[in-house]
Design a protein around this ligand. Structure first.
Ligand SMILES: *[C@@H]1O[C@H](CO)[C@@H](O)[C@H](O)[C@H]1NC(C)=O
Ligand SMILES: *[C@@H]1O[C@H](CO)[C@@H](O)[C@H](O)[C@H]1NC(C)=O
Length: 398
């Protein structure tokens, strides 16, 4: 074999290996999924290289590249769309044009992107909010919030909370014609995390008189104490959200110091003095049998107290809503949780369903057997199926 033939063969094998991520058999439209994933992986690798060369932070350059997804606020025949600010936080507001006799439902939406990426202006979120407003005849507020690596916890949480509280003011609800008894909060991924966190916070907030009617959490991230759940093990290398990226997102939420990422990556970041919190995320007792199959529970090993003292955010219930005890969960509004089989975050959502039900909260759990993380916003058949299930639930429960 000549040297050239060998080289070609070698490149061919590397290329095929690179494109070919074995997909489970039940994934719909596999070629569309593969090509999408391959381009995302290529861009991601490029951004890692850019970071390695010391040119720019991985998240900063990724967000810069993603800015082509932004779309201006454009009204259409069904919905009026405007950009404004709620308590200094930029939001995009969608008001249906249809005539109504009575005040409308209101939905407060929080976009995903690992607390580092994403925007209400991205067309994928713009389309989702537009369709939600039209189909539910609801006023939809799609909020932005400051992002890492420039801003860390609790900036993201606080922006969302302040924006939400502004929306819930009597005069603001009146201005947009929203019925104060029919307000929901929802979000996907990191937005699902923030939705769960602000819903908990509202319960304890004496200033807020309005009672939220529903929360909808789409493949939410809900805890950072155990990053070795069965779903993390099974989907460590799966497509859109591999484990390394989720660990990176979590650590960036609290700090740009990579030592936290390193500790989280080996699942040795919880200090011994916080060991009692592990019961809130103990999958051997909180996951139904079918999600545990083939896995053996091992108590996580403890990490350095110094690291946890420096970045206490990851032990904070506002960052990890699963750390709330039952009395804090009791009284939450009726809840929708959507989880996907092929998602490192699957078990976060499933455990929250168990915890909420134990605390007496009414929960609808939609588990998508052929779903993967991020699917609602990518526009394949799977995406519209998820979107329909989510909007139908809101239609019946909000
Ligand atoms: C407006 O609503 C109608 C009826 O639901 C629908 O057929 C049409 O596609 C909508 N227009 C846009 C721009 O979404
Ligand atoms: C988790 O639960 C199992 C029983 O289901 C128990 O043996 C184990 O000690 C628990 N671990 C923690 C850290 O709570």
């Amino acid at each position: 074999m000549g040297r050239r033939t060998f080289l070609l063969l070698f490149l061919g094998v590397i290329g095929a290996w690179y494109v070919y991520t074995p997909l489970p058999e039940n994934i719909e439209e596999p070629w569309a999924v593969l090509s999408m994933q391959t381009s995302m992986k290529t861009v991601s690798n490029l951004m890692l290289l850019v970071e390695f060369l010391g040119i720019s932070h991985y998240m900063t350059s990724s967000m810069y590249l993603m800015s082509f997804l932004e779309t201006p606020p454009t009204s259409d025949e069904n919905v009026t769309v405007v950009d404004t600010t709620f308590h200094n936080t930029p939001v995009r507001v969608y008001v249906p044009k249809r005539e109504t006799e009575t005040p409308r439902r209101g939905l407060f939406y929080i976009h995903g992107g690992g607390w580092c990426l994403g925007s209400a202006e991205f067309y994928i979120y713009d389309l989702l909010s537009r369709r939600t407003a039209h189909r539910l005849n609801a006023v939809v507020i799609s909020t932005n919030y400051r992002l890492a690596p420039k801003y860390h916890f609790p900036a993201q949480f606080e922006d969302v909370y302040n924006s939400l509280k502004w929306f819930l003011r009597q005069d603001v609800l009146k201005k947009y014609g929203v019925d104060p008894t029919r307000i929901g909060i929802s979000g996907d991924s990191a937005g699902g995390n923030l939705a769960a966190a602000v819903s908990q916070q509202l319960l304890r907030d004496q200033d807020v008189k309005v009672k939220v009617k529903a929360q909808a959490l789409i493949y939410p991230a809900l805890q950072t104490l155990d990053l070795d759940l069965p779903s993390y093990r099974e989907n460590a290398h799966f497509l859109a959200l591999p484990r390394w990226l989720m660990v990176r997102f979590w650590s960036e939420y609290f700090t740009t110091d990579r030592s936290l990422e390193k500790a989280m990556s080996s699942n040795q970041h919880v200090p011994a003095q916080s060991g009692h919190l592990l019961r809130f995320v103990n999958w051997s007792s909180l996951l139904p049998e079918r999600f545990q199959q083939g896995h053996v529970y091992k108590n996580p090993s403890f990490g350095s107290a110094k690291l946890a003292n420096k970045y206490p955010g990851f032990l904070d219930v506002r960052a990890a809503p699963l750390l709330a005890d039952d009395t804090q969960l009791h009284g939450l509004p009726r809840t929708y949780v959507l989880t996907c089989q092929y998602d490192v975050l699957r078990d976060d959502g499933v455990m929250y369903v168990t915890r909420l039900r134990n605390a007496g909260v009414q929960v609808t759990h939609d588990h998508i057997e052929d779903g993967f993380h991020g699917a609602i916003s990518i526009g394949l058949k799977l995406g519209s199926r998820l979107e329909n299930q989510y909007i139908n639930w809101l239609h019946e429960n909000l």
